[in-house]
Design a protein around this ligand. Structure first.
Ligand code: NAD
Ligand code: TDX
Length: 333
């Protein structure tokens, strides 16, 4: 039996991780540390018997106490939305950089294991016509305050491995979708727009490419890394959907939901063009493969499941809808 400390476990990917862990490893003891920012929701963990601690990953005394009890800390907690980081970068520096530093210092003191959750965005972006993919060796070139703070957090983890010999692994994953994703993000925003009788909103021309992956495929990879990942290593996670642009995604959502169409809105400043992950290392070394891999978009089955979840869980997203759309409207989006 393991004790896992899951930071950010009341957010989108972290709560899906907790649910998967409960299904696959019923004997594990799970402690969730989450600040319950606008993105965290205690209801995401309903039905799980986790030990829930409301608190900040920057709180050194609290983090020290919890890390001391955990065999493994899985660090999801972050400010995660690019558009918010353009409006107010400060919480991104605090949580993503100082929060990760605080976790690392506790790990250094107690000598137990860390897995750090990161993103493909640390590598910057590729041109739309560039067929390259990001590998674990691609130099870091983040574009936004969000991705710069995630890049900073990855550098801190590597420095603590090399300088202090801590035990840690890192994974960098591409864009996730699935249940419990905050409705500020692209896919749930469009699904809930349609459910609320509003028009879906595409930034700019919609030619940008995201390498979409279902959240359960991401978390299955994280579990493999926890079990068999080599200490100090980084693993890229991606499901080979790097040929699907935002326009194709919004059109597929409209088709699946029977919506008449969408509108173009103001583009994101500094908008990253294309992300594409090379996950060869994860596949060959650890034997990972995604389960959501149907047809030419690779997303139809995953989107159908996700749409059904938002349709069935209106009480989960409806209270935030007006506020989120008001904030976008103020920016012409
Ligand atoms: P999210 O915004 O849905 O959830 C973040 C969670 O962290 C929330 O529950 C929030 O309350 C909590 N949190 C924020 N600041 C905190 C603090 N100071 N102390 C404690 N808890 C705090 O984010 P997500 O989409 O689930 O992303 C989780 C992780 O995965 C992040 O590290 C993100 O960078 C990474 N990631 C996300 C994606 C994606 O597509 N969403 C892709 C790759 C990597
Ligand atoms: O309404 C929208 N319309 C639109 O066209 C929104 C919210 C977004 N977009 C576009 C912008 C992006 O090209 O869709 C794409 C995806 O946007 P987001 O959902 O905001 O994701 P992105 O900025 O790509 O970052 C995501 O993936 C990497 C996560 O939010 C990050 O946490 C993760 O690290």
């Amino acid at each position: 039996m393991r004790t896992l400390l899951v930071t950010g476990g009341a957010g989108f990917i972290g709560s899906n991780f907790v649910h998967m862990t409960r299904r696959r490893y019923p004997g594990d003891h799970i402690i969730v540390l989450d600040k319950l920012t606008y993105a965290g929701n205690r209801a995401n963990l309903a039905g799980t018997d986790v030990e829930f601690i409301e608190g900040d990953v920057c709180d050194a005394a609290l983090v020290d106490k919890l890390v001391a009890r955990a065999d493994i800390t899985v660090h999801f907690a972050a400010e995660s939305h690019n558009d918010n980081s353009l409006r107010d970068p400060r919480p991104f520096v605090d949580t993503n950089i100082v929060g990760t530093f605080t976790i690392l210092e506790a790990i250094r003191r107690h000598g137990n294991r860390l897995h750090h959750i990161s993103t493909d965005e640390v590598y910057g972006d590729l041109g739309l016509d560039d067929p390259a993919r990001f590998t674990e060796e691609t130099p870091y070139e983040p574009s936004s305050p969000y991705s710069a703070t995630k890049a900073g957090s990855d550098h801190l983890v590597r420095a603590w491995v090399r300088s202090f010999g801590i035990r840690a692994t890192i994974s960098n994953c591409s864009n996730n979708y699935g249940p419990y994703q905050h409705i500020e993000k692209f896919i749930p925003r469009q699904i809930t727009n349609i459910l609320a009788g509003q028009t879906p909103k595409l930034y700019g021309t919609g030619e940008q490419v995201r390498d979409w992956i279902h959240v359960d495929d991401h978390n299955a990879a994280v579990h493999l890394i926890l079990e068999r990942g080599r200490n100090g290593e980084t693993y890229n996670i991606g499901a080979d959907n790097d040929h699907v642009n935002n326009k194709a995604v919004i059109e597929l959502i409209c088709e699946l939901m029977g919506a008449p169409g969408y509108e173009h809105v103001a583009d994101r400043p500094g908008h990253d063009q294309r992300y594409a992950m090379d996950s060869t290392k994860l596949r060959t070394e650890l034997g990972w493969a995604p389960e959501y891999t149907d047809n030419q978009t690779g997303m139809r089955a995953g989107l159908e499941q996700t749409i059904a979840w938002y349709r069935d869980n209106g009480q989960w997203w409806a209270p935030a809808k007006q506020r989120v759309e008001q904030a976008y409207a103020e920016r012409g989006q």
